[in-house]
Design a protein around this ligand. Structure first.
Ligand SMILES: Nc1nc2c(ncn2[C@@H]2O[C@H](COP(=O)(O)OP(=O)(O)OP(=O)(O)O)[C@@H](O)[C@H]2O)c(=O)[nH]1
Ligand SMILES: Nc1nc2c(ncn2[C@@H]2O[C@H](COP(=O)(O)OP(=O)(O)OP(=O)(O)O)[C@@H](O)[C@H]2O)c(=O)[nH]1
Ligand SMILES: [Mg+2]
Ligand SMILES: [Mg+2]
Lengths: 290, 281
């Protein structure tokens, strides 16, 4: 783990008391490697290390900790601060509240639509309508239909285009007094002009309370570009990180939150519909630091 | 990407390091590559940045050329049997359709069977069924919740009985860290091998090209479980560079057979080290 690594590296610098700049540089060199191995973006790591160094040099250091422990504490606190900075609950301000799920192919959107529906229905007693607006992937509508059937929630899928389905679902939600409408969309590349424009149009027409980017926790360096592009085109309200039940370190979380400032609201921790958790910044920090 | 005429100094090396790391090559592999670059540049007296870049390409191509590998297609009249595996959402089901299309178009393989070995996920069978229809393959499936090994077994029997050219066994996405799911995959492999009296011709790991360093852990564990014969890297039509394959190629010696560059049945390309390196840089 990071503490052991730092302690062995800083063994020669076994002085107690305040960290010297030399201890700090040596220790932060190790932290940099750990973060890069965890998939945190190169530029985000650079900024993070610079910021931590500034904080550490000016900080009140606890006399009882070794230099290694001191560095880990500062780093972990800074990580938690960045990851947990903004409040991360769903703001379902309008009625019906629309939640729009977007993201790259295979990130876990359709499954997440089911998970969020279940969460809101069971935890908050909401009446939820699901909209199957992915008309492009083979059996995507069927997939959401089966999830809806399993949960006992209706799935709206009428329309010849994704926009028609989304708008039709919103009308249905209003007409039949649903509290929440969760819209599943087709996976798409952030560089696909046509599909990104379609999403902008959909957001414009739905005016969602939440626009959530669903991202695979094993995403590498490209997480920055992906999040930034989706955010610039759509103005996200949050991020959902999936497949955290694996062993991916999830450094993409730090990259995306740092670059977009959008909070991570939920995490997917399995394939079943109950495998949804609220995001915990401290647990994520631990995971990234390995 | 690098201004020409710059000299080989620490700043230039740092810039090259950034290019490699942001391409998902990973810290360890990047350090190794940059060291090799410094040594080779010194040995050849290379100083100018554009010459250094060519040297870097040369080193990367050398590392990746051994990873090129063609599909093992049978020519003895027996069906070529493929096991398609990988983590959730990596592109397995879609890649099966692409592989079938590739075999039909480029190798004249007419009679192809798909085995719906994902008996767990919602609409997995339907999804494969639509692809089967589109590319003209036959589908073998049982109902959701049934044993994937049983589906695979029936598909093999049918492939042998009907003299199919190829059989593709689709499996459910699974995280490599889940012991029981990895055991299930091993069982499918064993059951099919036993019935065939030989190993499957290809056990292809489908790797999502946007994956970071976790790709290495995936390759390692799937290889340990079923002895992977090759990798298909998908979603390289996006902006991710798939640099993790450098580490996978050198550490595990697994061939990269093909790459996925889109969502249609014809979006499959051969893996070519030179092209890959040019795109990476
Ligand atoms: N282990 C694990 N698997 C997950 C999780 N979330 C989703 N999955 C799986 O990931 C795969 C892809 O999920 P989907 O919901 O189909 O992803 P998608 O984003 O809708 O995919 P596209 O519509 O093709 O873009 C499926 O096998 C899911 O069961 C998770 O948190 N953990
Ligand atoms: N852009 C792009 N999308 C791809 C590529 N390969 C697959 N996809 C998409 O990725 C998503 C997931 O593909 P699937 O074939 O369902 O993946 P899978 O591995 O079978 O998923 P599970 O069975 O749920 O584990 C779909 O939306 C595909 O269209 C590719 O090369 N490029
Ligand atoms: Mg989907
Ligand atoms: Mg599949």
């Amino acid at each position: 783990a990071l503490t052991e690594k730092l302690n062995s590296v800083l063994t020669q610098l076994r002085r107690r008391g305040a960290l010297t700049e030399r201890d700090l540089d040596e220790g932060l060199r190790q932290v940099r490697l750990v973060l890069l191995e965890a998939d945190v973006h190169y530029k985000v790591v650079k900024k993070f290390i610079d910021d931590v160094k500034q904080k550490a040099l000016g900080a009140q250091i606890l006399e009882s900790l070794t230099p290694g422990q001191q560095i880990v504490k500062i780093v972990r606190d800074e990580l938690v601060q960045i990851l947990g900075g903004t409040r991360a609950d769903l703001h379902l301000t309008q009625w019906p509240a629309v939640i729009l799920l977007v993201g790259l192919q295979g990130s876990g959107k359709t499954t997440m639509a089911g998970k969020l529906a279940k969460y809101l229905a069971e935890r908050e007693q909401k009446r939820v309508l699901l909209a199957a607006a992915d008309l492009q992937r083979p059996a995507a509508i069927e997939q959401l239909r089966q999830l809806g059937a399993k949960l006992g929630y209706p799935v709206y899928a009428q329309g010849r285009t994704p926009l028609e389905v989304a708008e039709g679902a919103l009308q249905e939600a209003r007409k039949s007094s649903f509290d929440v409408l969760v819209v599943d969309t087709a996976g798409r590349l952030h560089i696909d002009e046509e599909l990104m424009s379609e999403l902008q149009e959909m957001k414009q027409r739905l005016q969602p309370a939440e626009t959530l980017l669903v991202v695979d926790a094993m995403t590498g360096q490209e997480a920055v570009t992906i999040a930034q592009t989706f955010d610039q085109r759509l103005k996200l309200t949050g991020i959902i990180l999936t497949k955290l039940d694996g062993d991916a370190r999830g450094g993409a979380a730090l990259s995306m939150v740092t670059i977009t400032g959008r909070p991570i609201k939920f995490v997917g921790v399995g394939e079943k519909l109950e495998d949804l958790e609220v995001f915990h910044p401290d647990r994520m920090a631990e995971r990234i630091l390995g | 990407v690098l201004q020409p005429g710059r000299r080989l100094d620490d700043a230039l090396l740092a810039q090259l390091e950034e290019i490699l790391i942001t391409a998902d090559v990973g810290v360890e592999a990047t350090t190794e590559i940059v060291q090799a670059l410094k040594a080779r540049a010194a040995a050849r007296g290379v100083q100018d940045s554009s010459a250094v870049m060519e040297l870097l390409k040369e080193i990367l191509k050398e590392r990746l050329r051994p990873a090129e590998g063609a599909l093992h297609l049978r020519s003895d009249g027996q069906p070529t049997v493929f096991l398609i595996l990988g983590v959730n959402g990596s592109g397995k089901t879609t890649t099966i359709a692409k592989l079938a299309q590739h075999l039909k178009d480029d190798f004249g393989k007419r009679k192809i069977i798909f085995a719906a070995g994902d008996t767990f996920r919602a609409a997995a069978v339907e999804q494969l069924g639509i692809w089967a229809e589109r590319v003209g393959a036959q589908l073998v499936h049982h109902k959701t919740g049934s044993d994937p090994s049983a589906v695979a077994f029936e598909a093999v029997e049918r492939a042998l009985r009907e003299g199919a050219d190829a059989l593709f066994i689709d499996t459910a996405g699974r995280l490599h860290t889940k012991h029981n799911l990895m055991e299930e995959l091993k069982k499918i492999n064993r059951v099919v091998e036993k019935r065939l009296g030989r190993a499957m011709d290809e056990r292809l790991l489908i790797l999502d090209g946007t994956t970071g360093q976790n790709a290495i852990s995936q390759a390692k564990l799937f290889h340990e479980a079923v002895s992977v014969t090759g990798i298909v890297v998908t979603k390289l039509d996006g902006t991710a560079k798939g640099g993790s394959i450098l580490q996978i190629a050198s550490a595990l010696k697994l061939p990269i057979k093909l790459i996925g560059v889109g969502e249609r049945a014809d979006d499959l390309r051969e893996f070519k080290a030179d092209e890959f390196v040019e795109a990476l840089l």
